[in-house]
Design a protein around this ligand. Sequence first.
Ligand code: ATP
Ligand code: MG
Length: 246
Amino acid sequence: MNSEVVKIRGLNKWYGRGKARNHVLKGVSLDIRKGEIVSINGTSGSGKTTLLNIIGGLDRVFEGKVEVDGRDLLALSDRKLSHLRNETMGFVFQAFNLLPHITCVENVMVPAYFSSRGMSKAHQRAEALLEMVGLSDKTNEHPTELSGGQRQRVSIARALFNRPSIILCDEPTGSLDQGTGRQILSLFHTLNEDDGITIILVTHDNSVSDRCSRVIRIEDGVIKSDKTQELRRFDPGEVESHPDLT
Ligand SMILES: Nc1ncnc2c1ncn2[C@@H]1O[C@H](COP(=O)(O)OP(=O)(O)OP(=O)(O)O)[C@@H](O)[C@H]1O
Ligand SMILES: [Mg+2]
């Protein structure tokens, strides 16, 4: 059986054209296996978000081969690609902000509007997910009434709605304090341990990378290093007990 959930060969990406043409991914090849927690690091502008967008099927203007869950992204029809995205991937991107005018539970249920799932079941699942991320008391509040870390947890609940096998995160702890960042990371560890979810996250924060099973460093569109390390989960005492997150 093929355990690679992401397989990239000779990926090149340019933005712009003519004189303004900018080569931002330069021959990237990479395999990510099921159950890995991969951190992608690199300085600002090195191509991390571009790479994540391509893996997530959000950008199909590239050269090379990218397979996710055994499917060649360039060969899929738009309909098959959105199906793959909805069923297989969960996104925690800053660009995928929560909708401010609906409640948290409705935000978590958003993926249900794109599938044939019954709405009352969807509501129950959204509530269960909010409970899992420690926000059962916030289901009927609006995202604008929440803190940054709480909003991030709503985004994670929404990303998990369709039981993805891969979660893609762009700076999931970027705007959070260290304690809240740890809670999010510890939640990822639990999802990874319980469900074997593969997690790919972009971060600038070394303390986040330290808690991943693999660290890939990208510089100016090229993979400079790729290290597998033992996954260090948090001890219970290391994650601040949070009244929300028990
Ligand atoms: N939509 C776009 N159009 C044109 N150029 C872009 C676009 N998005 C990114 N770029 C350029 O591509 C390069 C890589 O950008 P990318 O967003 O992937 O970097 P990054 O590693 O995620 O940086 P950061 O850490 O600041 O988020 C940069 O030079 C950026 O200016
Ligand atoms: Mg970025």
